[in-house]
Design a protein. Structure first.
Length: 243
């Protein structure tokens, strides 16, 4: 008569082994993917260790649609400025905290390292204290200035689209970060962290950029309540209605 316990044990082992193997494979794939997406790949580490140090200005940013531990992975176009070389442009992908979004805006000065053999391979190593967008406008190349102007125009077009088609809401200003860029005189271009309070859904936190009239700057300080519009299909798209 067959040993029932032995047969049951063999059946369980036969079932568990494939599950364990699949689990291990999935875990390895996830770990590798997260490391690559978060900028901790072997190539990035090699550049951080052996690369050339330089400063770089953010020319533009975009959302890649990827979240790592609920933090966005963004694309960043940079003008890299080697200490003793000609500035060049490069693109990187970077996972940042939602709390850092105001620090990764066009005009922000960063510290980077790049591969001298292949300068398009760049790794961000830090954020330079203070904001130097004004310096960028004065000393950057014409191409970088044109890129910055194009970025401002794109942001304005996006804001106008949201204002035309979005839903209205009240929003509390959680934080305001000047970019150092002035538009049409002394009107600052700023980054705003907002808690949006729609009538039709739960409140949510979002960020937007806007040009604020110089005489209205005090109305956009932390704690102030302002009027915005948001895209109901994508609540990350918010525009200040009366900036």
């Amino acid at each position: 008569m067959p040993d029932i316990n032995r047969l049951i044990g063999q059946a369980l082992i036969g079932t568990l082994i494939p599950i364990v193997v699949v689990t291990v494979v999935v875990a390895v794939v996830v770990i590798v993917l997260v490391r690559n997406l978060s900028g901790n790949s072997a190539a990035d580490k090699a550049i951080k260790l052996n690369g050339q140090t330089a400063q770089a200005v953010i020319l533009s940013i975009w959302d890649t649609g990827v979240l790592i531990n609920n933090n966005p992975r963004i694309g960043i176009k940079l003008e890299v400025r080697p200490p003793n070389g000609t500035p060049f442009e490069a693109e990187v992908k970077q996972v940042i905290s939602f709390l850092q979004t105001s620090q990764y805006q066009p005009g922000q000065l960063l510290e980077v390292k790049y591969d001298p053999v292949n300068p398009t391979k760049v790794v961000i190593t830090g954020i330079v204290a203070g904001n130097t967008a004004g310096m960028m406008q004065q000393s950057s190349s014409p191409a970088a200035t044109a890129q910055l102007q194009a970025t401002l125009q794109q942001q304005d077009a996006l804001n106008q689209q949201i204002i035309a088609t979005g839903e209205p809401a009240q929003a509390t200003v959680l934080g305001v970060t000047p970019t150092g860029i002035m538009v049409n005189g002394n009107n600052p271009y700023v980054s705003l962290n907002l808690q949006v309070m729609p009538n039709s859904r739960a409140p949510f936190v979002a960020q937007t950029q806007a040009v604020i009239a110089a005489q209205s700057v005090q109305k956009y300080q932390p704690g102030a309540v302002i009027t915005v519009r948001f895209d109901p299909q994508n609540t990350t798209r918010v525009a200040v209605e009366h900036s």
